[in-house]
Design a protein around this ligand. Structure first.
Ligand code: NAD
Ligand code: GLY
Length: 364
């Protein structure tokens, strides 16, 4: 069944439409939003092959013209070079047009395409068509768009909301199992920060999710999207310490990604490890309820899903150095999202560096 969830942000409000095999109805929504007739689809070659034909036929039926701009299939596409080459190509193509952008792909394409949309001509409309589990439950929602610098993740970017998020669950059927695992890491995050029942559901049903059971995936996506949409509606620009909790596991997670040159660990894998580090820090500070059992439950779920619970092949010092580039560092003071118990977080500043190092060391 198709579900619509709203992100309520006044004039910047938009809908997230979730359903199975719904791409045929996309053009209707584009027309309703008045986005125009010239779509620029930013994607990568793999996703173009999988989802491109369906998308072209859905748009053509409604006389929406489209061109593809493909970028390499890698986190490295979230870079200054790729972003500005894209902008250059778009500006040549769109000289006499009023285009809108379609981000077709996972979180890499979504973040990059959203960033391009936010800066080209000081902002043109874009919509998100997420095709990974991670993108359907997280990255396509909330308007955080950006690119990486070599020293750290997402350090250049903006809050720029899409006009629509359109999640066709059927696209997940071609997703490699490893990518389902990465999406499940972010789903575990939602359970840990806000929804104990979701965490328990994942403990019981992770095999179904890995087997691409559509009902199970739909359940997980709906739950996560509801949480994210509500949080973004309350704190769009992360100024009220509400949205901050969505970064649970990301401070050390981003550091692991950067320390591994954005190759050794994918975002989802790194977030899984980052959540373990955050739970360890919470335990060391005496904040975590029933710490041994809670840590075991998180570790077991990650392990069962097939996500790493140990950091291999990376240098501890490199990770610790990389984490100081995190956006949550303000004037040299760190800020961590920590856990009280499953479903409940708290934010703490000035965590002693020795404690952070020893939490990460336990994972190395
Ligand atoms: P990704 O975009 O690299 O996609 C993972 C892989 O899946 C790629 O190889 C891609 O080609 C492939 N793929 C995509 N759709 C497919 C399909 N339907 N079938 C087969 N293969 C498919 O990775 P991701 O995990 O989706 O996203 C990670 C990125 O998202 C990171 O850059 C992270 O920083 C970002 N992110 C952003 C936010 C946000 O709020 N903006 C939140 C979380 C993560
Ligand atoms: N992924 C963190 C956020 O959207 O705020």
């Amino acid at each position: 069944m198709t579900k619509t969830i709203s992100v309520n942000l006044g004039k910047r409000s938009y809908q997230i439409i979730i359903g199975n095999k719904i791409t045929t109805s996309l053009a209707k929504h584009i027309k309703k939003l008045g986005l125009g007739n010239d779509a620029i689809i930013i994607t990568n070659p793999r996703v173009k092959k999988i989802a491109g034909p369906q998308l072209i036929s859905a748009l053509k039926k409604s006389n929406i013209s489209c061109v593809f701009q493909t970028v390499p299939d890698s986190e490295k596409s979230k870079s200054q070079g790729i972003a500005f080459r894209l902008i250059d190509k778009i500006s040549r193509y769109a000289r006499l047009k009023q285009p809108f952008i379609i981000a077709l792909g996972g979180g890499v394409v979504g973040d990059l395409a959203g960033f391009v949309a936010s800066v080209y001509k000081r902002g043109i409309p874009y919509i998100q068509l997420p095709t990974t589990l991670l993108a359907q439950i997280d990255s396509s929602i909330g308007g955080k768009v950006g690119i990486d610098l070599t020293c750290g993740k997402n350090l250049v970017g903006a809050f720029y909301q899409p006009r629509l998020v359109f999640s066709d669950i059927s696209f997940l059927q071609t997703l490699p199992k490893n990518e389902i695992r990465c999406g499940l890491a972010e789903a575990i995050k939602y359970g840990l920060i806000k929804d104990k029942a979701l965490f328990e559901y994942l403990e019981k049903n992770y095999q179904k999710a890995l087997g691409l059971d559509e009902n199970c995936l739909e359940y997980i996506i709906n739950k996560c999207v509801l949480i994210k949409a509500k949080i973004v509606g309350q704190d769009e620009k992360e100024t009220k310490s509400i949205r901050t909790i969505l970064n649970f596991g990301h401070t050390i997670g981003h550091a692991i990604e950067a320390a591994g040159g954005f190759k050794a660990y994918s975002h989802g894998q790194a977030v899984g490890l980052g959540m373990l580090a955050a739970a360890e820090i919470s335990s060391s500070l005496g904040l975590l309820y029933n710490p041994e059992k809670t840590l075991d439950r998180i570790k077991n779920l990650l392990r069962n899903i097939g996500l790493p619970v140990k950091i291999k092949g990376l240098n501890l010092e490199k990770i610790i150095k990389a984490h100081t580039f995190d956006k949550k560092f303000i004037q040299g003071r760190n800020r961590f999202v920590l856990m009280k118990q499953i479903g409940q977080t708290l934010i703490k500043q000035n965590i002693p560096s020795g404690l952070i190092t020893s939490a990460v060391r336990k994972l190395v």
